[in-house]
Write a protein that binds this ligand. Structure first.
Ligand code: LLP
Length: 432
């Protein structure tokens, strides 16, 4: 009935998440409120981990892409599921460390890491620094040398696959700020340089072809391109790359018409391609890493809001205004991303209106969605926006000096705050 399986309607006719009444949660913690279902996060982690066990004989690692949703509690949960973490800034790395994550299982990304960030990663002995460009490689070598250590790296490669089109495109050259190009020889040169650097150890290669992808074919194609490159390195340089990181990007269900492929199916199909290519190319099966973000956090979250104003503009549209908006969910404003919404206290009723849900920022584009099917919403109602677990809290801002909402985890009949609601004092904390 709803986009996420953990959402139901209870005997009061209210929306429940993991069996907990969302109207009660809104009452207890206030709105806007991010609610995360811990068991669903764990279930997704396990499904990826089990796939690595099943299809690669356990010879791999799931690194949750924390950019999707990062706070200490989330890092603790995924770590307890034996997943590593993908971080993309010293801030995310710091959060992971503070949560007790093992740096050995951290992949540190970024197309423009600062020296300070590289030093922080080296000092904490991060297991895999994903080097994006030549300048970074030489800066990292110098930092590792100054610290008397060897930095363990992977190279970010552009496999030349654009998955964001209806039929995915394989191009020689993709226009991307991330990583080394294959077709120009840039990536091959980088490998040669890495092998000559004393304080660098090349552990593997990495690619990430995009996000919210429903097709399996581009993932298979990317794996094949990467394995061919590993074979070329082996044949021409006599060095066998031992690890392959295939990134994240698996699509999730935001709307009922979305029909994502089960993650196990992605994993199985890609593994068949990986095994087959290794055989054909005469290379050893590498250790496989994957970096799902959205698919672990997204479906587990909802956001609860309270309705304030309702404006019916005859023959134009009806605005339902909520106490949050682009500050806590900028994805419609940025990408026109669509969501399912439900009036939580009228969840058993028909969604027989089409409305625009508007936020409270001083900006016309501050919308959660247009033409959204919804029950008749009035002031005081609670609206739940579904599948907001990824790229909502992590992309939130204090625009208009609106404090960020709290994050609450629900788990086995209990709820607890994982991130406190910001206060006005927090808003002026760094002001002099
Ligand atoms: N690995 C790398 C290197 C990435 O760049 C990303 C996402 C991931 C893994 C995780 O991808 P996922 O499994 O979450 O699709 N803000 C955008 C999404 C940006 C994704 C950036 N990179 C959004 O709200 O849709």
């Amino acid at each position: 009935m709803f986009v996420s399986d953990n959402l139901t309607v209870n005997e009061k006719g209210n929306l429940a998440i993991a069996g907990q009444d969302t109207v009660e949660l809104a009452k207890k913690y206030g709105t806007p409120l991010y609610v995360m279902d811990e068991q669903l996060v764990r279930k997704h982690c396990r499904s990826f981990k089990n796939s690595i066990d099943k299809f690669y004989g356990g010879n791999g690692l799931v690194c949750y892409a924390s950019k999707a949703f990062c706070c200490k509690e989330m890092c603790r949960i995924v770590t307890s599921e034996k997943c590593g973490l993908d971080v993309v800034s010293a801030g995310e790395l710091y959060t992971a460390i503070k949560a007790g994550a093992d740096c050995e299982n951290i992949c540190f990304h970024g197309n423009n890491k600062t020296d300070e960030e590289l030093r922080f990663a080296v000092e904490n002995n991060v297991g895999r620094i994903i080097v994006d460009n030549i300048s970074e490689l030489s800066r990292l070598n110098a930092i590792a040398e100054a610290n008397g250590v060897t930095a363990r790296i992977m190279f970010r490669i552009k496999p030349g696959i654009d998955a964001h089109t209806h039929n995915f495109v394989k191009t020689g050259q993709i226009d991307s700020k991330f990583g080394f190009a294959l077709e120009t020889g840039e990536a091959f040169e980088a490998v040669k340089i890495a092998l000559s650097h004393k304080n660098i150890m090349l552990r593997g290669l990495h690619c990430h072809i995009g996000s919210q992808i429903f097709d399996i074919a581009p993932f298979e194609a990317a794996a094949e391109v990467m394995l061919k490159f590993i074979a070329k390195i082996k044949n021409e340089l006599g060095f066998e790359v031992k690890e392959l990181n295939l990134g994240g990007g698996f699509g999730i269900k935001y709307l009922n018409e979305h029909d994502p492929v089960p993650y196990e199916t992605y994993m199985e199909k890609v593994s068949v391609k990986v095994h087959q290519s290794c055989k054909e190319l005469g290379i050893t099966l590498p250790f496989i890493l994957i970096e799902p973000g959205r698919s672990i956090a997204g479906p587990a979250g909802i956001t609860l809001y309270t309705v304030g104003a309702r404006k019916e503009i005859p023959n134009i549209r009806t605005y339902v205004s909520i106490d949050g908006g682009m500050g806590d969910n900028p994805r419609y404003a940025l990408y026109k991303s669509e969501y399912e919404a439900i009036v939580a206290n009228k969840a058993s009723q028909e969604r027989d209106e089409k409305v625009t849900i508007a936020g409270k920022c001083c900006e016309s584009g501050d919308l959660i969605g247009e033409g959204m099917k919804l029950q008749h919403a009035e002031a005081g109602d609670i609206i739940a926006v579904c599948a907001t677990g990824a790229y909502n809290y992590s992309m939130s801002s204090n625009y208009n000096r609106i404090p960020k909402p709290a994050v609450v985890f629900v788990n086995e009949g209990k709820s607890s705050v994982a991130v406190k609601r910001e206060t006005y004092e927090d808003i002026v904390r760094n002001d002099i």
